[in-house]
Design a protein. Structure first.
Length: 693
């Protein structure tokens, strides 16, 4: 007899929306994935990518069986083996390395799934027990997170569900139409209600085109614009003196610092007009004086340059100056991730790490250099084994040629857990098939809203695919790890994900989450109306003793890009064009690139050039062009458009290298240099030259 069920699930991908899903399953087959109409953030609407999730799950190229490499690394030639053979081979190699030098073993993972179970739970337990090196997972949010933490404390901000009530919304360094759809839906409602919408972005994105105003600053100068806004707010006395007095620290020193950041200086630094600096500042300050909620929505584009952490810090200072935190729809939102009380220590079990053993941490944004390092007293042992899951570093890590060179080492033992044969999978010694979100259990927090969420398995695993947690359970058993924690099921791990004794989450439990799909945290509607910041002082810290102790400037300042005409004129003479590579609308990092319908919509790798920059190089629309610097090169089709400000080229990312005509992508030219704080990558801090091929 035919049967149809609806299963509650969660979008697992690296997006702030963390949508609630309803999966229709007919006779064991998932036939449709829809947004949950009752979930206040999702509202029944999914992006074009996740609406086609069944295409990804049932893709003809799904990895369904364990395999071992039979060709050269990078060629992608494999033969099928059994799970027993695969786990036995992995355990034997790891045992041999760990007996000599466990720190030579390294995981590489990030947000291929945002799930707390299939992310860092059983995997962390096994790697901790081995005594492996730690991975500093910096590649997305670490710089901005650190700047935010120094200024406001935990990553807690304005509730996205208040967005439609704001009267001024500044979208700073983001393109929510492509990467935060449900926030954008509320922005449109605010716009219909009379709110003014301003985008700050070097590129006139889909979002910027639909705002009342687009301020096209030069890449990496966001912190200077924030300093200029503070200057005008203080100069014109557009301040909430009571809020400053009660709930901030270091205003006198801040006032002295920003006095030097005149609108003229800021305009020159940012490549915009003096009027744009002044009018933006007054719109922000005067609205607050009238008691109107003003919201700044920062996204991670702000922090992908040398001074990225400071940029987020400077912007985070603005709401306290004007008292925007007094309103539910006011303040700033970078990430909501700090709202959740997770049982990270229980999931990852750092206590399993050998007590007497030295520890080492490798920055994932520097993986190319790290894999090529021969080992030293300062660096530690050479990396001999790499376990990759939830990531595709050969495509997404900076300075890609070095990353590929490191992965190609014959003496590097590489295990990859994947859904598809990605660029990274081509370098695996052992390739293991992992389940997708429709095939396993998981627990989810969000960095865009305040809902704890549970993902139920909708269908049985395809082929011989296993969940990440199950794969690491099998590995633990083969390694001889007998602690009870290595036998816990995915469901048991899900039950441990959140602290249900904390006041924010005590109203629910894992069983209820699985039944209902989601539950909102109990947080104040207005988080900082009366201070209560989670900084050492409990205040918004314009002056930070923590930063001083870390060797950083304790006050907001400007840190120029590594590579720009102003900061490095000699390099700019050789490579005169700045470049950024924000996400393409139809991809999510490197996920979905192999879904044919989405790739057909996206077309092929292309580069946007300003008409004047194109004319200088005799480039016409549709020409194939080579983008290059000292680190490498890639090719793309030229699009001539004033969406890119003059002196800037834009290559939407991230393509799988194997699916590009030259088997390269934008990360050939990006740098492994790190941000001012948090050790983040500087993807948008580079200079290139462009020529017709």
């Amino acid at each position: 007899m035919s049967s149809t069920t609806i299963v509650r699930a969660v979008c697992p991908h690296d997006c702030p929306d963390t949508c609630a899903l309803l999966v229709t399953v007919k006779d064991g087959v998932a036939t449709e994935v829809k947004g949950d109409p009752t979930h206040p953030t999702t509202g029944g609407v999914l992006c074009t990518k996740v609406a086609r999730y069944t295409e990804r799950t049932y893709h003809p190229d799904r990895l369904l069986y364990p395999q071992k490499r039979v060709g050269k690394k990078g060629e992608g030639q494999f033969e099928r083996i059994s799970w027993e053979e695969a786990i036995r081979a992995i355990a034997a190699r790891l045992k041999e390395i760990a007996a000599r030098e466990p720190l030579a073993i390294l995981p590489y993972s990030y947000a291929g799934t945002m799930g707390l179970v299939q992310g860092e739970s059983m995997s962390a337990r096994v790697l901790n027990k081995l005594g492996a090196s730690f991975l500093d997972r910096t590649i997305c949010a670490s710089a901005g997170g650190r700047g935010y933490q120094y200024t406001l404390g935990d990553r807690i901000g304005t509730d996205v569900e208040q967005t439609q009530n704001a009267r001024l919304i500044i979208i700073w360094g983001g393109n929510p139409i492509a990467s935060n759809l449900h926030f954008w839906t509320r922005v449109q409602e605010a716009k219909r209600n009379g709110a003014r919408i301003i985008a700050i972005d070097p590129y006139r994105s889909l979002t910027a085109e639909k705002c009342h105003q687009h301020i096209a600053i030069s890449p990496g100068t966001d912190s200077a614009l924030a300093l200029g806004m503070m200057h005008v707010l203080i100069r014109d006395d557009l301040l909430d003196h009571d809020y400053i007095e009660r709930y901030t620290l270091g205003f006198a020193a801040l006032r002295e610092r920003v006095a030097e950041w005149t609108p003229e200086r800021v305009a020159k630094t940012c490549g915009i007009s003096v009027e744009e600096v002044v009018e933006l500042s007054r719109a922000y300050g005067e609205g607050a004086q009238r008691g109107e909620p003003s919201l700044i929505r920062m996204n991670y584009g702000v922090q992908r340059s040398h001074g990225g952490g400071m940029a987020v810090r400077n912007i985070a200072c603005l709401p306290a100056l004007v008292g925007a935190w007094r309103h539910a729809a006011g303040g700033v939102l970078l990430s909501a991730s700090g709202s959740f009380v997770k049982n990270t220590a229980l999931l990852e079990r750092l206590d399993l790490f050998p007590q007497q053993q030295a520890r080492r941490t490798i920055n994932m944004s520097d993986i190319g250099n790290s894999l090529l390092h021969p080992g030293s007293l300062e660096f530690g042992p050479k990396i001999e084994a790499l376990i990759v899951y939830n990531s595709n570093p050969v495509a997404i890590a900076p300075e890609s040629a070095k990353v590929a060179q490191g992965f190609a080492r014959d003496d590097l033992f590489t295990v990859v857990l994947e859904h598809f044969q990605t660029d990274t999978a081509d370098y695996a010694d052992i390739l293991l098939p992992a389940t997708t979100q429709l095939e396993h259990v998981d627990a989810h927090a969000s960095y865009g809203h305040r809902y704890m969420m549970a993902n139920n398995a909708a269908i049985a695993p395809m082929g011989e695919a296993k969940s990440n947690a199950e794969i690491f359970r099998l590995l633990a058993k083969e390694l001889g790890f007998t602690d009870a924690c290595f036998s816990e099921s995915d469901d048991a791990l899900g039950a441990q994900a959140f602290n249900y004794e904390h006041e924010r989450s005590a109203h629910t439990n894992w069983r209820a989450l699985k039944e209902q799909g989601w539950s909102k945290l109990r947080l104040p509607e207005i988080p900082f109306a009366q201070g209560g910041f989670t900084t050492p002082s409990g205040k918004c810290e314009f002056y930070s003793e923590q930063m001083l102790a870390a060797g950083l400037d304790p006050l907001p300042t400007y840190i120029p890009p590594y590579e720009s005409p102003a900061s490095n004129p000699e390099l700019a003479a050789k490579y005169p064009l700045a470049m950024i590579s924000p996400p393409a609308r139809n991809f999510l990092n490197s996920t979905f690139v192999n879904v044919q319908s989405l790739r057909d919509t996206e077309g092929e790798p292309h580069l946007d050039l300003h008409p004047q920059d194109a004319a200088q190089r005799q480039i016409q629309a549709g020409d194939m062009v080579r983008i290059f610097n000292d680190r490498g090169s890639f090719v793309a089709k030229a699009r001539i458009t004033d969406k890119a400000r003059q002196g800037l080229v834009v290559g939407l990312s991230i393509w799988w290298k194997k699916l590009a005509s030259d088997h390269k992508n934008a990360n050939e030219v990006t740098s492994q240099r790190l941000t001012d704080m948090g050790g983040g990558p500087t993807f948008y801090d580079l200079l290139v030259q462009v020529e017709k091929t």
